[in-house]
Design a protein around this ligand. Structure first.
Ligand SMILES: Nc1ncnc2c1ncn2[C@@H]1O[C@H](COP(=O)(O)OP(=O)(O)OP(=O)(O)O)[C@@H](O)[C@H]1O
Length: 252
């Protein structure tokens, strides 16, 4: 198995406050990794370090080493925009571009990169929408506004938009927390398919979701990565008593 992402001694600060402390983590290609832990423990902060989102937050600072496919993504000369193409992100609330059609949402990243070939755009849009399990529901309304879709459809549209630029990693920050159970189930089902084409790191508050969708789980507490391991082991026989307390629902 190839280590796609390696984090070595990653610290993240907001001003003088340290939100992530010396995190070491390896993520294998073609897997789903879940980041779990109580509110405020640094899951989202760590996730955002992986696509250089903190560059956009005044006062935020990342230290240590994050390598994607061997390349240090914080090295001088690395373009953060290119990092964000290689590392896609889906947020808690679906955020399609509200003035754009379904089709234009999916191909927005490709157009931004200068692709103009309509046939190619159409092919990639279809492939991405199929990849996000949305094609059958929207194939007759590609020109309709994205805002006309249901919340669950909008989130799958955001997944399609992320897939269109063929990211090496897809970061998902509580992607189902704003969705109803049926839409949540669709996205959970989708993850098994998505890992055939990309690698997923998901932040979730939902223990059952982590257990259902992920291959490995990382438990964060107060900015520390307390324990990391195969998901079944993390939920049945964790090594650290803090992990056990959290996964059995004793706190958080
Ligand atoms: N932009 C910011 N400026 C200052 N502090 C921040 C900022 N964003 C997050 N923090 C702080 O950093 C710590 C980690 O926050 P983070 O959002 O990463 O936690 P989390 O584990 O993702 O929490 P949740 O599960 O509630 O989303 C918290 O103490 C939070 O208040």
């Amino acid at each position: 198995m190839t280590q796609l992402l390696t984090a070595r001694n990653v610290d993240v600060y907001y001003g003088s406050k340290q939100a992530v402390k010396k995190v070491n983590l390896d993520v294998e290609q073609g897997t789903v990794s879940a980041l779990i832990g109580p509110s405020g423990c640094g899951k989202t902060t760590f996730l955002r370090a992986i696509n250089r989102m903190h560059d956009l937050t005044p006062g935020a600072r990342v230290e240590g080493e994050l390598r994607l496919d061997g390349q240090d993504i914080y090295a001088s000369g690395i373009d953060p925009v290119e990092v964000r193409r290689r590392v896609g992100m889906v947020f808690q609330k679906p955020n399609p571009f509200p003035t754009m059609s379904v089709f234009d949402n999916v191909v927005s990243g490709l157009k931004l990169a200068g692709m103009r070939d309509q046939k190619m755009l159409s092919e990639i849009a279809e492939r991405s929408l199929r990849g996000a399990a949305l094609w059958e529901e929207v194939k007759d309304r590609l020109k309709a506004p994205a805002t006309g879709l249901s919340g669950g459809q909008q989130q799958r549209l955001c997944i399609a938009r992320a897939l269109a630029v063929q990211p090496e990693i897809l970061l998902m920050d509580e992607p189902t927390s704003a969705l109803d159970p049926a839409s949540t189930a669709k996205i959970e089902d989708l993850m098994g398919e998505l890992k055939k084409v990309t690698t997923i790191i998901i932040v979730t508050h939902n223990m059952h979701q982590a257990a259902r969708v992920s291959d490995t789980t990382s438990f964060f507490l107060n900015g520390d990565l307390v324990e990391h391991g195969p998901t079944d082991q993390m939920f049945t026989s964790p090594r650290d008593e803090r992990t056990e307390a959290y996964v059995t629902g004793r706190f958080g």
